[in-house]
Design a protein around this ligand. Structure first.
Ligand code: ADP
Ligand code: MG
Ligand code: ZN
Length: 494
C-alpha cells in the first residue's frame, strides 16, 4: 500500500489533540520560596518543601495562580470560583515526593477556545482545561547513549522540581483533513505568542519552558475516532507539524494492514523525523488521584478575576488586525507575512520604531533566509525585534549600508549580543572618507595594471573587478557606487 500523504488523508481522517506545558516565569517556585532561575549549580535551589522532606508544608504561589487565570482568560475559558490541588501518585527519581501536586477533576480554568488561521481558514481549537501543577527535577543519564538504558550512572538535579507548570489541554480537533499537521503547528505558535504577550513565561521550546505532547489518531470517514498515540519530546514548532504528519503516515500503514493502533506514548526524533514507541499509557486510575490535604482550596474572587480580565494586554490576533488596519499593510502582504509566520515579529519591529516597509522586508527577506538555513521558525531566531529595528535605524541614518547591517545582524545571530556591540567589535562602519577610498582605488589600479588599461581603453565593464578589489580592501564597508566613480575619475574615463 502507498504511504503517500495526500493519498492517506483522502482515505483517513486525522484527529489531533495537544497538551502543552508552560513553565511560568515566577521568581519563586510553586509551593516554596526557592528561586526558579535557570542554569544554576545543580541542587542549589532546593528546600525541605521542594525536596519533599517529611513534615514540610507547601504554600501556593499567588502570582502563579494569577498567571494561570490570565492564561485561561486569554483562551476564553471559564474560571473556577472554587477548585483544589490533587496528588498524582507515581514513583520516578526526579520527583522527590513520589507524587506530583497537580489538579485533577477541579482545574482552575475550564472550557474555552483558541482560533487559529491556517491557509486562509479560521480553525477553532477547543480548550478542555487549563490547570496548575509543579514541574519535576531533571535526570541526566551519564554514559555513551545519554539514555537510561546503558547509562553508567544517573544524576538528579532538583532545581526545576516545584517550578510552577501550567498544562493547557485541547479538546480533540477533527475535520481538518490534510491540514491537521499545520493546524497543530499554528495552534502552538499562536498559544506561544499569547503566553509571551501575557508575559507569564519566556516560552523557550529549546530550553523546555514550553513543551508539547501531540496526540494523533486516524479514522475512516464517518467512523468513530481511532485510538490515539501521544508523541512527546516535540521541541520546536516545526517538529509539532512533522510529528503529526509522521504519525499519520505510520498509523495509516498499520491500519491498511488491518492492524490496531496501540494507545501509547511515543518519542519524536529530531534527527529521523519519525516517532519511536515509549511506554504504554497509564490510566488515570493508576495515579490514585486524591485532593491535596496540605493545601487550602483556591477560590478566586469574582472581582479579582474581572480586574485581571480588564487588564489583559492586546492579544496577538487583535494586534494583527490593528497592524493591517492602522499601519496600512496590504492584504497581500498580510497573507505573505502570515504564511511566513512573521506578522507579530513585523509588528514588534514596528513597535520598536522601524518603518513598516523596512520591517516587512527584513523579516520576509534576509531573516527568512536565515531561519530557512537553520531550519527553524523566524520567531526562533536568536534576535529580538528591537535589535532588528536598531539595524534598520542605523541604515536609515547612514551609519551602515544594507550589506553592513546584514553583517551586524549575522553577528547578533552568532553571538547573542546586540547590534551596537557587533558594530563596535567588528568595526563595521561605512567608509565614506574620500581620501581612504582614493588610496584604496590607487592600490587596486597599481595591483591590476592590465584591467586598468582595459578600462582606460573604453571597456568600462572591466571596472567591476577593480570595484571588487576596493570593496574587499575596505571589507565591504564602502559604497560601491562611490568607489566606481572614484576609480573612473582616477583612470581618466567618464
Ligand atoms: P492524558 O493525560 O491521558 O494524556 P489528557 O486528557 O490530559 O489525557 O489529554 C488527552 C489529549 O488527547 C487531549 O488533548 C485530547 O483532546 C486528545 N485526544 C483525545 N482523544 C483523541 C483522539 N481520538 N485522537 C486524537 N486526540 C485525542
Ligand atoms: Mg495529559
Ligand atoms: Zn524549595
Amino acid at each position: 500500500m502507498t504511504t503517500d500523504y495526500e493519498d492517506v488523508v483522502a482515505r483517513y481522517e486525522p484527529v489531533i489533540g495537544l497538551e502543552t506545558h508552560v513553565e511560568l516565569g515566577t521568581r519563586s517556585k510553586m509551593f516554596c520560596g526557592c528561586s526558579t532561575e535557570f542554569g544554576a549549580e545543580p541542587n542549589t535551589h532546593t528546600c525541605p518543601v521542594c525536596l519533599g522532606l517529611p513534615g514540610a508544608l507547601p504554600v501556593a504561589n499567588e502570582k502563579a495562580i494569577e498567571s494561570t487565570i490570565r492564561i485561561g482568560l486569554a483562551l476564553n475559558c471559564s474560571i473556577a470560583s472554587w477548585c483544589r490541588f490533587a496528588r498524582k501518585n507515581y514513583f520516578y527519581p526526579d520527583m522527590p515526593k513520589n507524587f506530583q501536586t497537580s489538579q485533577y477533576d477541579e482545574p482552575l480554568c475550564g472550557e474555552g477556545y483558541l482560533d487559529v488561521e491556517v491557509d486562509g481558514q479560521t480553525v477553532r481549537v477547543g480548550i478542555e482545561r487549563v490547570h496548575l501543577e509543579e514541574d519535576t527535577g531533571k535526570n541526566t543519564h551519564v554514559g555513551t547513549s545519554g539514555r537510561i538504558h546503558g547509562a553508567e550512572y544517573s544524576l538528579v538535579d532538583f532545581n526545576r522540581a516545584g517550578i510552577p507548570l501550567v498544562e493547557i489541554v485541547t479538546k480533540p480537533v477533527a475535520s481538518t483533513g490534510a491540514l491537521a499537521p499545520e493546524v497543530a503547528k499554528a495552534y502552538v505558535t499562536e498559544l506561544r505568542d499569547i503566553l509571551r504577550t501575557l508575559g507569564v513565561s519566556d516560552v523557550r521550546m529549546e530550553q523546555g519552558s514550553l513543551r508539547c505532547d501531540v496526540n494523533t489518531s486516524l479514522n475512516r470517514p464517518g467512523a468513530e475516532w481511532g485510538t490515539r498515540t501521544e508523541t512527546k519530546n516535540v521541541n520546536s514548532l516545526r517538529s509539532v507539524e512533522r510529528a503529526v504528519r509522521s504519525e499519520i503516515l505510520r498509523q495509516a500503514v498499520l491500519l491498511d494492514r488491518g492492524e490496531r493502533i496501540v494507545q501509547e506514548t511515543r518519542h519524536f526524533s529530531e534527527t529521523t523525523g519519525d516517532t519511536r514507541p515509549g511506554r504504554s499509557k497509564e490510566e488515570a486510575t493508576d495515579y490514585r488521584y486524591f485532593p491535596e490535604p496540605d493545601l487550602v482550596p483556591i477560590a478566586p474572587d469574582a472581582e479579582w478575576v474581572a480586574s485581571l480580565r480588564k487588564a489583559l494586554p492586546e492579544l496577538p490576533s487583535a494586534r494583527r488586525v490593528r497592524l493591517r488596519d492602522e499601519l496600512g499593510v496590504s492584504a497581500e502582504d498580510m497573507v505573505q507575512m502570515t504564511n511566513a509566520g512573521v506578522v507579530d515579529l513585523v509588528g514588534a519591529t514596528v513597535d520598536a520604531g522601524a518603518p513598516v516597509a523596512e520591517a516587512r522586508n527584513w523579516w520576509l527577506g534576509y531573516l527568512a533566509q536565515k531561519s530557512n538555513e537553520r531550519e527553524i521558525d523566524p520567531t526562533e531566531l536568536p534576535i529580538s525585534a528591537g535589535q532588528v529595528a536598531r539595524a534598520i535605524a542605523l541604515v536609515a541614518d547612514g551609519s551602515l549600508s544594507v550589506a553592513l547591517a546584514r553583517q551586524a545582524v549575522d553577528g547578533v545571530l552568532e553571538t547573542g549580543t546586540d547590534v551596537d556591540a557587533v558594530v563596535a567589535e567588528r568595526g563595521l562602519k561605512r567608509v565614506s572618507d574620500t581620501g581612504a577610498l582614493e588610496q584604496a582605488a590607487d592600490e587596486a589600479i597599481a595591483a591590476n595594471p592590465e584591467i586598468a588599461d582595459k578600462v582606460r581603453s573604453g571597456k568600462l565593464a572591466a571596472v567591476g573587478a577593480l570595484v571588487g578589489a576596493v570593496m574587499k580592501a575596505t571589507r565591504g564597508q564602502a559604497d560601491a557606487a562611490a568607489v566606481r566613480q572614484i576609480l573612473l575619475d582616477r583612470l581618466g574615463v567618464q
